[in-house]
Every structure is written in structure tokens, then in C-alpha cells.
Design a protein around this ligand. Sequence first.
Ligand code: GLN
Length: 291
Amino acid sequence: MVAPPEAPLLSLRALREQACLILTEAGIENPQQESDWLLIAALPVKRHALTLDGDQHVPPSELERAMEMVNRRARREPLQYVLGTQEFRSLEIAVTPDVLIPRPETELLVEEALQSLLDVRNPVVADVGTGSGCVAISIAKECPRSTVAATDISRPALGVARANAISAGVCSRVRFFQADLLGAFARGAFHAIVCNPPYIPSEEIDRLQPEVSRYEPRQALNGGEDGLAYYRRLLADTPSRLRHGGHLILELGYLQAQIVKNMAASTEDWSSVLCRKDAAGIERILVARRA
Ligand code: GLN
């Protein structure tokens, strides 16, 4: 009997070329870099093997895993969902399509929160809409005197956040609550309230890049008709939950700073309202001090 012909084994070099071609044709901006990241995640090879050991053959099961990841990315699923992780400050944050992928600008939100806590002995902080938990967990990690209450309306998101808190070794100081914004928290409970709310105007979401509009949770993006719905609610709800002298620290969407600053300045709740720019020079973080 003649054995059926076996599919020829693909070399690592050929796989690398094919993966890069697939991503190029899919319109991915850095196809070589991204295909290399995907191959390193899918195969038991180190980065240098991709260039130095291209002759080695890729076993079929590994080939299948690699191609599955490359094809997901070619359908414009975000690289972070395919890899399952995103770096954020000092942490590797696990991400799934249930949570927003942490953005570099949000690292500034953490920085401002930490700054506001410098003089507080044992700070109690709320992170509203915690998503992956990146903000709450970073604060707990970088301010070991703090305890953090992290809320989200999405139960699956809380599952991801809780797992991240465990991996980061801070689960004893971060508590998770399923709640719409601050839910039933007591008056004056917090030294700081931080939030990166959904702030994209509803109509604009479908015009964003497919990675965002097709894959990231709409609930985490949608800021209502004008993108400002959560700022209105947060500015109304947070003053009573903050201690006097406590801080509300919010991430802002593109060109929203002036409007949100004006909203805050139109009440007697805040003794100061400042904005901080991001690396691109856009006013990105609002810091309001409770009167
Ligand atoms: N707090 C999370 C983050 O900053 C999630 C924010 C959101 O879903 N809008 O990434």
C-alpha cells in the first residue's frame, strides 16, 4: 500500500514570509513587526530564531495555531485580543473582547491619581468603569498604602479585572463591584475617584478603525450623542462621595477639555479644576479638587 503523500513541512522562513504577506494584504500598518509578534506568541521560538534559524521546520499543530492567530489579525481583530495581553505601566494586563484595550494616554490618569494621593496616609480610591482593571490595579501596585474599589457594569469585564488583580498580586487591596458608576457607595468614602469613561459620540464609533468599531466593547466607547453623557453624570454624582479636598480625576476625549472644565466650573463643588496634556499636546486629564 502506498502511504498518502504528506504535506511538505513549512520552514519558519516560509511561514514568516506568508504571515507577513497575509497581514500586508489585510492592510495592517506594520505587517512584519506584527506577524513576528504573532509567531513568537504562537510558536515555541524566541525572536532571534525568526531571523537566524529560518530553516527549521514548523510542525503541523504549531503551524495551525500560528495561522489561526495571523488570520484573526488579518480580519482586523486587534493584536492585543489575539495575543491576549497589553502592557500598561509596569504591568502585563490580560485582555479579552469584554474589555477596552488599555491605552498609553490612560497611564497619565494613573500618574495624576498617584500625585493626588501623595499627602494621604491611607488612601481609599474608586476606579469607575474599571474594564480590564488597568487603572485600579496600577494604583494599588504603585501606591501600596492604598485600597481601591473598582466598579464596572459588565460582569465579564469584572472577571477579567479580578484575574489581572490576582496576577499583579494586589487582590487583597482591590475590591470589585458590579455597579453603574458609583452605585451605592457612601458619602465621603473616597480620597480620589478616577475614571476613564466612554467618551466617543455614538455616531462616530462606526467611523473609527475596524479594530475599535468592530471588536472593542461598544459599552466601553459610547459616550452618548455628544460623547459627554458620562461627564455630566460623574460631575453630578462624585462630589458627595469624595472627602473635602479629595480629587476627581477623569480622562477626556479629543477636544472635550474646555467643555468639561466649564461644566465643572459652573458648580460650587470644586475648589480647582485643571487639565493636563498628553504626549501629543492634547488636554487629556482633568483633575478637580473637591471644595
Ligand atoms: N478603565 C479602563 C481603561 O482605562 C476601561 C475604560 C472603559 O472601558 N471606558 O482602560
